[in-house]
Design a binder for this molecule. Structure first.
Ligand code: M7G
Length: 330
């Protein structure tokens, strides 16, 4: 794998250069649609040079690519977007059809729909750190059981040194990015949060609805930090988050899966809201903790998450896994 030396933390100028370049593109074309890389007109990916395919899935219709964008390390994720029911009549009326095979009552065709009905979602991380490249690389996982002592002696020192930057989270809270995407905000500094679409969701249909609620409190890293003192915050997120989703997307709470990840990738407390039935990445039992269970557990034991052994999966080349192995825990 290519050497990953640039990142936002150790090379802010490089990050700024990419941001400036994309901002300039917006101005030049006067057709701005949103944040970095989302502007129409100019293709900021035209010079992307692929180094490796990190993973792909024919079933999910996704490919994760590592490469270079203007000499900086970048990860690009391409994903074919779902077919919307509302687009069906146009797809049937305006596409061309080429017969692949016919057998009795069975036919398959190549259907070429008009380009606007055949979009891909492209997510760009640039400059990407080595940790981003690892995150998106297909890898074997191992389940780790973390005692409270393990958390203090292994996990906490590791995440204090090596976790992803949460600058993007602060940008959202300070309205420096994605402000137009905010669905709901409770500005209370203790109980408040911002609810907005997760960047995995293209917002074209609610089948794969995915929002995140980010707390205004900045000192809660993860589930491990929660105590009964946070119950009002968690209840507030649960109640108001569900109400806002009902209002904006007409989906009742009974259609939502509301949970926290342990371990998260970003150590600033946030809650995931996904549509029940959507097999969202990371919604499996080994990583997702239902918010209702979390609240109940804290009711029954104020220090539940401070004292319990918690299990979670780690990918083969995760530095944290190496630390657990070194400590003879695996
Ligand atoms: P997580 O549990 O910390 O990690 O969740 P995960 O990515 O391994 O699930 C963080 C969530 O924030 C994920 O669902 C990400 O897709 C989402 N996310 C990450 N970033 C960098 C952004 C961003 O810049 N904007 C938005 N809206 N969502 C993001």
């Amino acid at each position: 794998m290519a050497d990953i030396s640039t990142n936002r933390e150790n090379n802010p100028e490089a990050f700024d250069e990419f941001t400036q370049r994309t901002k300039k593109t917006k101005t030049n074309h006067g057709d701005e649609q949103g944040e970095n890389g989302r502007e129409s007109g100019k293709n900021v990916l035209s010079g992307f040079q692929t180094t490796t395919v990190l993973s792909d899935s024919a079933r999910e219709k996704t490919i994760f690519v590592h490469g270079k964008l203007a000499d900086q390390n970048a990860v690009v994720i391409l994903e074919k977007t779902p077919i919307r029911e509302g687009a069906l009549s146009e797809i049937f009326a305006a596409s061309t059809l080429e017969l692949d095979m016919r057998n009795d009552i069975y036919c398959t065709y190549r259907l070429r729909s008009p380009p606007h009905l055949n979009e891909m979602k492209a997510t760009v991380v640039c400059p990407a750190t080595e940790k981003h490249v690892q995150k998106y690389q297909r890898q074997e996982s191992f389940l780790v059981e973390e005692t409270t002592d393990d958390y203090q002696s292994i996990t906490l020192p590791f995440i204090q040194k090596q976790s992803f930057s949460v600058q993007w989270v602060y940008n959202i809270l300070e309205k420096k990015a994605e402000s137009e995407r905010i669905v709901f905000e409770d500005p209370d500094p203790k109980l408040g949060f911002v609810l907005l679409p997760d960047f995995k969701w293209d917002q074209k249909q609610t089948d794969n609805l995915y929002l995140i609620a980010i707390t205004h409190q900045r000192n809660i890293k993860s589930l491990r930090d929660l105590t009964s003192e946070h119950i009002p915050l968690l209840q507030n997120i649960f109640q108001k988050g569900k109400e806002a989703i009902q209002q904006h997307y007409s989906l009742p709470g009974s259609k939502l899966r509301v949970y926290l990840h342990y371990q998260p990738s970003y150590y600033h407390l946030h809650v995931h809201f996904t549509k029940l039935g959507y097999d969202a990445p990371g919604c499996g039992v080994e990583r997702a903790h239902l918010l209702t269970d979390v609240i109940q557990n804290l009711h029954s034991d104020p220090h539940y998450y401070k004292t319990r052994t918690l299990s979670f999966p780690l990918r083969a080349d995760d530095g944290l896994l190496a630390q657990f192995k070194e400590a003879g825990k695996l």
